[in-house]
Design a protein around this ligand. Sequence first.
Ligand code: ZN
Length: 430
Amino acid sequence: MFDLIIRNATLPDGRTGQDIAVREGTIAAIEPGITADAGEVIDAGGLLVTPPFVDPHFHMDATLSLGLPRMNRSGTLLEGIALWGELRPTLTKEALIDRALRYCDLAISKGLLAVRSHVDVSDPRLVTAEALLEVRDLVAPYLQLQLVAFPQDGYYREPGITEALTRALDMGVEVVGGIPHFERTMEDGARSVEALCRIAADRGLRVDMHCDETDDPLSRHVETLAAQTVRFGLQGRVAGSHLTSMHSMDNYYVSKLLPLMAEAQMAAIPNPLINMMLQGRHDTYPKRRGLTRIPQMLEMGINVGLGQDCVMDPWYSMGTGDLLDVAHMAVHATQMGSIDDKRALFDAVTVNSARIMGLEGYGLEPGCHADMVILQATDPGEAIRLRPNRIKVIRRGKTIAETAPEVSTLMLDGRPGQVDPAAYAPKAAQ
Ligand SMILES: [Zn+2]
């Protein structure tokens, strides 16, 4: 007797007709034709059942603050940082918690059940950290929130920030952040990478730095980050976020850099939506894409997870909480359009990002947490193309959100009465 059986599921690896049995919040079996009874049975009807989406790079302290205290007129990263600096002194814990909880509601409706959020520690009041630590506890029953101590204004630019970052870690923020390309000099950037990696090594923490988020091909802090990762024995625990300068780097240099990253078992977290919006701003035409080298990194065996970064905040006026929007942009911006490419990018918004966050019990295997999403699509490539409705979002075997399938009614003589967008993929293309 199981608590739940999902019948006739298609899995991301292509297996069809699978039944998924759940007992006490854990996946007990995945195989065709499970005959046992269950308290609840859900017929997936051949649709794709996947582990939940994971966002490895987000700013939950800034989300939904668009328009406060004013809009970003130039649309650039630097005006965004300046604008956030204007807003920061006025932030209250109550408003931060309110916005974060509202965002988490949206995330759940999209099947996004784990988020790594940077939390700005540049204001020594640390109201951001206080608020998000409270949010982490409040949402824990349905969403895993992991927090990064992030010195938005630079670790060495203002007095008091080094101390505030340490205090945020003491309060329970669990990942060490940084922003070496925003320090005053290249040397300060390199020093910050070393100091922050040392803190992570001393405390046994992970590292995730905003790194080289610029079009300057000589911004090479990723090299320092890889070297310090090896030096401090942090292999497998370090991620470089953005890495957009790599787009513009010399090919010969990159041919040396990527093996260094692979040696350090560094992960990369590109953020295709915001990178396409913010990079290349100093170009006229041709305009660079400003997205890091995802296909080359995947080829080198470097773990790549894709993040959203922002939803409706000083840097980005768009965003939906849907990691499939992120993967959809990545398909276009990287020209990764083959069936295998799309499968790899689907992994980048699910399993790869779960590995970056170190999530335990994540996955669609017996013994994993019974956390799953049923999508109105039949395979990962179709999921990215359609960004379809989440028919069911399941956590620990319980449905926590559901959306009716999208079906349009047609009133045309001689044509079908209904259109199901998920039924359009030509058979020859699967
Ligand atoms: Zn960011």
